[in-house]
Each structure stands twice: as C-alpha cells, then as structure tokens.
Write a protein that binds this ligand. Structure first.
Ligand SMILES: Nc1ncnc2c1ncn2[C@@H]1O[C@H](COP(=O)(O)OP(=O)(O)OP(=O)(O)O)[C@@H](O)[C@H]1O
Ligand SMILES: [Mg+2]
Length: 407
C-alpha cells in the first residue's frame, strides 16, 4: 500500500478512536430516552460492553482518576498502561465494584454497576498478587467460589475440571500451590477467575510474579485461553511490551487520565504526545520550530541538527510553532558518507554500543551534543562495515519516519 495513503487511513482511525475516547457514549440518547438494556436505540451494545463515563475517583485530597471515558468492546482484550501511581488499579477496582465511584458512571453490558449488588456483578478480578489459598489443593482453590454459591456434585466437578483443562493444569489438581512453579500458580489463579464464567475479567498485573521467560510464554497462553473462552478482559500492566503483545487495544494513562487510546500499532507508530512516544517504546525526540507547513509536509528547524527535519505530513498550527519530532531508533540508519539531501541527518561520534543479541543499539553523540539512538540489525551493521566506538558516522532517516508532536 502507498505509504501516505496508509498513514492517512491510520490517522483517520486514530482520530475516530480519540473522539470516541473523549466522548464515550453516555447511557442515554440526546432526548434522554433509554432502552430497557441501557443502550440508546441504534447503538451496537457489543461496542460498548463496558462503558466508563466521566469517572472520577478521589481519596480525600488525592484524585486518583480524573474524568476517564472509555468504551470496551465485547470479547476485547484491553490493556491499561501507565507508570506507577497513575490510577490503573483504582480504575480496575472501581470496575470490580471494590471501590466506589466519586463521580460518573460505569455500565457493564448496559447495566449500571452501582445498581447491582456485589454478588450479582458479572465481574471477576484477579489481583496484582494472585494469592492462592496455600492449604488447599489446586482443585479446591478453583472450586472455592462456586462452592460459596452453592454449586455442588457433578456440576461442581465438571466446572472445575473444565477450567483446569483450559489452563492445562488438570493433571496437577491434587497438588498444593507450593508444589507448583510460578507460571503454574498463575494459571491456577486464572482458572479460579474463569470458573464462574464472568462476563468481564479484570487482571491486575497478572504476570508480575513471573520471570521474563515464563512471562512471555504465559502471555501467549493467556491470550489463547481468553480467545477460547471469549471473555471480555481488561488488564492492567506497566510493562509496555506485555500490553503490545497481548492487547487488541490499549490506553496509556498518566496522572489519572487517559492520554492515548488505540491499537498497539497505532499508539506505537503514531504517538500523540511526548509522554506516549517515550512511554511506549523508546524514541528520539527533536525539539524545534515549524518553518514550513504544507498539507503534505512540514519542515522544522532544530538546534539538535545541522539540517532541517522533514516529515511527510502536515499539521495545523502557525509557523514558528514549537513542535517535537519523534523518530524511533529502528527508523534511524547509520552511514559512513555524507547523506544526500538537506534534511533529516546529523553527524556525530559513536559513544556507546549496546549489544542486545537480536539487534544492537548505537548511541551517536551529534556535534550539537544531542545523543541519538539507532537500533541496527546485524545485517545493517555488516553493510556499513561494523562501526565501533569513536567512529564518525551520520545518522539519517526518511521523511515518513518522523511523527510531529505538539504536546
Ligand atoms: N485507598 C487509598 N487511599 C488513598 N490513596 C490511594 C488509595 N488507593 C490508591 N491511592 C492513590 O491513588 C493513586 C493511584 O493509585 P493506583 O493504585 O491506582 O496506581 P497504579 O496505577 O495501579 O500504580 P502501580 O503501577 O504502582 O500499581 C496513587 O497516588 C495512590 O497513592
Ligand atoms: Mg496497581
């Protein structure tokens, strides 16, 4: 597909995502008429399976969540992402009904959560520390919630069995938690969350107790299991790779607000702020001022570079406006010779090399003092004769590599 047409398509998608983010449909239509199921007529209930409308949460002086609007689709795996203390767990706890909402409304499948008694809420939450009952066997742990509800006999054992089969833990049914690995315990906790067939599953840092290798395997397993069950799932993580691998869509939170919403691809390729760009993946940020702005391109002058930055899409804003151009490390090439064209390059010296196995990160300190990070494959390194410390090189990137950020 033609790159620009592709960009335009994605931008359109992001804009419509964002407008739906900032205006998650309220539960009543403009004339105030509400359908029996809580959805205004004409709306697809599956698109608004979970509706969070203008939700605020205050703990005394602290405002943990500041006016969040969000719709989650039925069957979607949605990730809430953000740094520590930004309000992720608080939002999840409100969805679980474990924390009251200070302002706003939460609807699940068209029903106002505040109106539902706790035992009737179609939600199950797996906590940041998913403690299993240590003295109970795997099967008793999974059966616990159902037993509380009075399920017994064949129905109970079938449900427990099915849940354990699903997470491939049936053969460990008689073991105690301490006889299991971290990843296995995590799967039992998941079976315990799924056995009651919740409409909405909430996972708070589900992988936080696992080491990196099991974590990656478990991420894939979890996605497969959730797919099989078809449950709608909102998970919290502060691991951006985890969110990227697992989620259909994600929201980046900062200080109690959603700052960007979209598919992992949209948020990574088209961050809407310096915060998103640096939070999801790493990036190179060049501060400068707009010196030419046309519908199909923009030129920016930055003290970081000897030449202008050129991006092949325009923005709306006055000349001279301060902007930041974000260029991902994998979009940056190293060259031995002076690049052609009077834009998107800089000259410098290699001041750091981090070998990462599958790729290598080169830190190039430009003449301006700006450090640019380039992510190079072994192939790319071979093509430029394996540059090393103190080598003089040029960094350069294409017009489609940069994203213009105005906040
Ligand atoms: N019960 C409480 N009373 C007072 N303040 C609280 C309470 N619970 C959370 N907070 C505050 O609300 C803010 C958001 O907390 P929250 O637990 O939602 O963060 P988080 O995004 O889940 O962080 P982490 O990634 O560290 O788990 C924090 O400033 C926290 O100190
Ligand atoms: Mg938390």
């Amino acid at each position: 597909m033609h790159q620009q047409a592709f960009n335009a398509g994605v931008e359109q998608a992001i804009m419509s995502e964002q407008s739906s983010a900032s205006k998650a449909a309220p539960p009543t239509s403009s004339n105030g008429r509400q359908e029996p199921n809580g959805f205004p007529s004409g709306m697809n209930p599956d698109d608004n399976f979970v509706q969070i409308v203008d939700v605020v949460k205050k703990f005394g002086e602290t405002t943990a969540v500041r006016g969040v609007n969000l719709s989650v689709k039925k069957g979607e795996l949605f990730a809430l992402l953000g740094s520590s203390g930004c309000g992720k767990s608080t939002l999840l706890r409100m969805l679980a009904g474990l924390e009251s909402v200070t302002e706003g409304q939460i609807l699940i499948d068209g029903e106002d959560l505040a109106q539902l008694p706790p035992y009737n809420r179609p939600v199950n939450m797996m906590f940041q520390s998913y403690a299993l009952f240590p003295h109970m066997s795997v099967e008793s742990n999974v059966a616990f919630g159902l037993k509380q509800e009075g399920v017994k006999g064949g129905e109970l054992s079938d449900s427990v069995n099915n849940a354990l089969e699903l997470v491939q833990m049936a053969k460990f049914a008689k073991r105690k938690p301490h006889q299991l690995s971290g990843g296995q315990q995590q799967r039992v906790a998941l079976a315990r969350s799924l056995v009651k067939r919740p409409k909405l599953l909430l996972l708070d840092e589900p992988m936080s107790a696992l080491d990196k290798q099991i974590r990656q395997r478990t991420q894939i397993e979890l996605v497969n299991i959730l797919d099989q069950v078809g449950v709608t799932c909102i998970m919290v993580t502060h691991d951006q790779e985890e969110a990227m691998t697992m989620a259909n869509r994600l929201a980046v939170m900062s200080e109690g607000q959603i700052v960007q919403l979209g598919s992992p691809h949209q948020v990574y390729e088209y961050p809407n702020s310096r915060f998103s760009a640096s939070f999801i993946g790493s990036t190179n940020l060049f501060d400068g001022r707009v010196v030419e702005d046309e519908p199909d391109h923009i030129f920016v002058e930055s003290p970081d570079l000897p030449v202008r930055l050129y991006v092949n899409h325009g923005i709306t804003g006055p000349l001279g406006m301060p902007v930041t151009i974000s260029v991902r490390p994998e979009r940056i090439a190293l060259m031995r010779k002076l690049p052609e064209g009077a834009y998107n390059w800089g000259r410098g010296k290699i001041t750091n090399i981090a070998y990462m196995g599958g790729y290598t990160l080169y830190h190039v300190t430009l003449d301006s003092g700006k450090v640019v990070v380039a992510n190079l494959s072994s192939l790319a390194i071979g093509e430029i004769d394996s540059p090393t410390f103190d080598d003089e090189v040029y960094v350069r990137w294409s017009a489609s590599a940069g994203v213009v950020l105005t906040s």
